[in-house]
Design a protein around this ligand. Structure first.
Ligand code: PLP
Length: 450
């Protein structure tokens, strides 16, 4: 017998998949540091932001101490620390503008949103059931929905015969409705039971926000077809002013839209977390807001396996309760996001590299690094987009830069050549990163300068 023969069929199936972290561990093993490791790798592939690390660390150090009774016992169990439930509901009521104020007992605290999505999926889907996710979408949804619950992500395509494809269709209410309807019919024919629609708002990877009309349209669709509506709002406060697009759609939480006539409140679930808006991916804190009491109970039962330490829950709580600090923190973060966005898009503009303009949220820019053959060297002009992508990703890695292939996000633009590039690192690192990107583009014949 081989060691693998001792594993379950589920485990073997997961081992056969391309699982993010197996490859990422190696890719990220020698991170760049301008002093200690200048030849290390710069990570513009993951959605991480270091922009507010210092401020966050300073606040935690100054304001946090271990509370023996609350932190070293089981506390109040897996639902969440009472302090965090109170602090987070207050924060949501202040910053998300909910139509009906949110209360602490409507929240479930999880160790990161990945765990929250896994737990939510497990509780609304049986094995083989599906969740509709409009394309392109955050790659981690596949992991979160499929690895343990064994439900299925059902990509919702925006490509139609006879109509040119446009990335911004993902934000159009009528086109989105039609895309969902077509997907429903397609997956229905294959016999999958569809349980929910999952969106990210602000959008990962496109870095824009959904309009109220689009959200209403999706809600109407979910109610009509008896589905849950899950809105992942992990970038809710990571929005910023884009001077070249002053009329960009502002972020509106699903909680702030009166959906009473459109969908049952028990079907609507909003996800939030600490990873992005607080620049703290490593603290592993997430939250689900739902007015579905049965679902909350069911999630709390399962949360026994993945509730986060009360120490970290209360770190977040103390930050959230310090309202003057948090308002300043978010404002400063948004200014820094805007600066980094401008720096990176100025670089792209200078080299005429196309990207989806009008971004005002998130940590990344959707960038087309492989353009038409006429923009490449004669040698590269003959190559396929697929082989150029592989060459470019390889060149970037050997030049100490990690970026992400758009295909990972179920990109369906017919021309191909798109990548998601994170811009939320300190300006001096961004400068080194753009130098490395240019070098990689030149080496692969993708930058033909006269
Ligand atoms: C849209 C979206 N949802 C969820 C996550 C996962 O967040 P967490 O670090 O809380 O697991 C990410 C992380 O990139 C994300 O971009």
């Amino acid at each position: 017998m081989q060691p693998k023969d001792y594993l379950s069929a589920r485990a073997l199936e997961n081992l056969s998949r391309e699982v993010n972290w197996r490859d990422l561990r190696k890719t990220l093993s020698k991170p760049y540091d301008s002093v200690t490791r200048p030849d290390g790798r710069i990570n513009l592939g993951l959605a991480e932001s270091t922009l507010m690390h210092q401020e966050l660390a300073t606040h935690i150090k100054a304001n946090f101490e271990i509370d023996l009774a609350a932190h070293l016992t089981y506390g109040s169990g897996p639902n969440g620390s009472p302090l965090l439930l109170q602090a987070l509901s207050r924060f949501i009521n202040r910053r998300f503008g909910p139509v009906i104020p949110v209360t602490g007992d409507e929240l479930i605290i999880s160790s990161g949103l990945a765990a929250a999505i896994d737990c939510l999926t497990w509780n609304i889907c049986d094995e083989g059931d599906g969740i509709l996710v409009p394309q392109p979408f955050y790659a981690g949804f596949i992991t979160d929905i499929e690895l343990r619950s064994r439900a299925r992500v059902l990509p919702v395509s925006y490509r139609r015969k006879g109509r040119p494809y446009h990335l911004l269709d993902a934000f159009d209410p009528e086109i989105t409705h039609q895309a969902l309807q077509d997907a429903l019919e397609k997956y229905d024919r294959s016999g999958v039971k569809i349980r929910a629609v999952l969106i990210s708002n602000p959008h990962n990877p496109l870095g824009r926000c959904h309009s109220t009309r689009t959200l209403q349209e999706i809600a109407r669709f979910c109610q009509l077809h008896e589905m849950h509506l899950i809105s992942d709002e992990i970038y809710a406060n990571s929005t910023f002013r884009n001077p070249s697009c002053l009329d960009a759609e502002p972020f509106r939480s699903l909680l702030s839209i009166d959906l009473a006539s459109l969908i049952h409140p028990e079907r609507v679930h909003v996800l939030y977390g600490m990873s992005k808006d607080f620049c703290a991916n490593g603290l592993r804190l997430g939250a689900v807001h739902t007015r579905n009491a049965a679902l909350r109970e069911a999630m709390a039962t399962l949360n026994i396996f993945s509730w986060p330490a009360y120490v970290t829950q209360d770190m977040w709580a103390r930050i959230l309760l310090d309202e003057p600090f948090i308002e300043k923190f978010i404002g400063l973060n948004q200014d820094r996001l805007a600066n980094c966005y401008t720096t990176f898009t100025s670089f792209l503009d200078k080299y005429e590299i196309p990207y989806l303009p009008g971004g005002n949220a998130g940590f990344f820019i959707w960038t087309r690094l492989i353009r038409e053959p006429a923009t490449r060297t004669p040698e590269a002009a003959h190559k396929s987009v697929l082989s150029l992508k592989e060459e470019l990703l390889g060149a970037c890695l050997s030049n100490g830069l990690f970026i992400r292939d758009g295909a990972k996000y179920f990109d369906e633009a017919p021309e191909g050549g798109w990548f998601r590039i994170t811009f939320t690192v300190d300006e001096h690192i961004l400068e080194v990163a753009t130098t490395r990107l240019l070098k990689s583009l030149r080496e692969t014949g993708l930058l033909c300068e006269s």
